[in-house]
Design a protein around this ligand. Structure first.
Ligand SMILES: Cc1ncc(COP(=O)(O)O)c(C=O)c1O
Length: 386
């Protein structure tokens, strides 16, 4: 164990030294197919040449200045983001991570409504900072100091429970925060009717609907925000992961009726020119290479093939955000795929495989994954029956 690093991560037995597109390379030269995307972060592909060039050019021009001056690249990013998301008149606040985006969104909702009760859902994950972790349904990562008594956890996808809660607490709810697809919770898709019901009740009672699109957003499901599939507009969208393709950047898209005032939110590093350059490069490549459409097409292809595998139960997801549950005989599949088939995948406890590859995944790469998976299943069955 390396005593210099605070040991909080269970590490995979691989040292990554290089990456390109949908592949990463270990220090022994082994090439791995990255079906995990570094935890849904790699959107346009590792070290995409346009992304590298744009960051390099920005680095040579202006790497940093504080938010006390006008930084035109922030407006350039806001313009393109509003165009791509079709969230006309929304306002952009930039920060550095998903937790920070949710922290600011919840704080903003409370400022806006003057209220403090928040509705969140079972199996949610919203980050590890104080409010973000308080609305996360995982007591093991909640420090005593983070425990607050104004969060109400409701069952996910339960419209009746939502309605009852709003009836009971009517005008004291500041916000409802919901992932369009629960990621850490095991790839659980929020039903369209459920999201529409949240929209309806928030509207009716003056609460703020916060769409956590940190993992499920940025084109991954074939729509810019996975919440878009329900045909609704949230009051605030939170974004991070895919936004910078690995460059740390997060943000909030905020509906026009939520008014800012000086000092309300703030950050030193949020919206720095390098992060904006990275985020602009991501959107430009998404447009040039039609990556949202690709995520929808290749995602559907993978989904259909995975659903046809008799061993898998309950294949779930949308676009390139797919999960399936492993029967006990396959408990070790993630490690087998990594060590024997050289494929990175993600997981969710207790036994779900999560696929979160770059949105640029090709048909050949999807086929290669399916082939390796089939092989791993056959080997697994073979060793299990021996
Ligand atoms: C849905 C969701 N929200 C928020 C976060 C927190 O993001 P970050 O790790 O960038 O703070 C995550 C991270 O996995 C997430 O999946």
């Amino acid at each position: 164990m390396n005593m210099k690093l605070f040991d909080v991560y269970p590490l995979q037995p691989v040292t990554i030294v290089r990456a390109h597109g949908a592949y990463v390379w270990g220090d022994d030269g082994t090439r791995y197919l990255d079906m995990y995307g570094g935890h849904a972060v790699i959107s346009i592909g590792h070290t995409h040449p346009h992304w590298v060039k744009r960051i390099e050019q920005q680095l040579e021009t202006l790497a940093f200045y504080s938010n006390s001056v006008h930084l035109p690249i922030q407006e350039e990013l806001a313009d393109l983001l509003l165009k791509v998301t079709e969230k006309k008149d929304y306002q952009l606040f930039l920060c550095n991570s998903g937790a920070e985006a949710n922290e600011n969104a919840l704080k903003l909702a409370s400022f806006h409504t003057g209220r403090k009760k928040i509705i969140a859902f079972r199996q949610s994950f919203h980050g590890r900072t104080s409010l973000a972790v308080a609305v996360t349904d995982n007591p093991t990562i909640l420090a005593p100091v983070n425990a607050i008594d104004h969060v109400i956890f409701l069952p996910f996808n339960d419209e009746q429970a939502l309605e009852d809660c709003f009836k009971q607490h009517a005008d004291s709810i500041a916000a409802v925060i919901v992932e369009g697809i629960q990621g850490v919770g095991g790839i659980r898709v929020a039903g369209d009717a459920f999201l529409q019901s949240i929209r309806h009740h928030c509207h009716l009672h003056g609460a703020v609907m916060i769409a956590d699109a940190v993992q499920c957003g940025y084109g991954r499901t074939g729509q810019f925000f996975s919440h878009d599939h329900a045909g609704i507009s949230a009051d605030i969208y939170t974004m991070a992961k895919g936004m910078g393709n690995g460059f740390p950047v997060g943000g909030l898209l905020i509906a026009p009726n939520i008014k800012p005032r000086h000092g309300m939110l703030g950050t030193t590093f949020g919206g720095n020119p390098l992060a904006c350059a990275a985020a602009l490069a991501v959107l430009e490549v998404m447009q040039q290479e039609n990556l949202m459409q690709n995520a929808a097409t290749i995602g559907a292809y993978l989904f259909n093939h995975l659903s046809a595998i008799p061993e898998w139960q309950a294949v779930r997801g949308r676009g390139l955000m797919i999960g399936f549950d492993l029967p006990p005989a396959f408990a070790n599949l993630k490690n087998t795929l990594l060590t024997n088939a050289h494929v990175f995948t993600g997981e969710a406890k207790p036994a779900t495989i999560r696929l979160l590859p770059p949105l640029s995944l090709t048909q050949e790469q999807a086929d290669s994954f399916l082939h390796k998976l089939q092989h791993a299943i056959e080997n697994n069955m073979h060793s299990f029956t021996q």
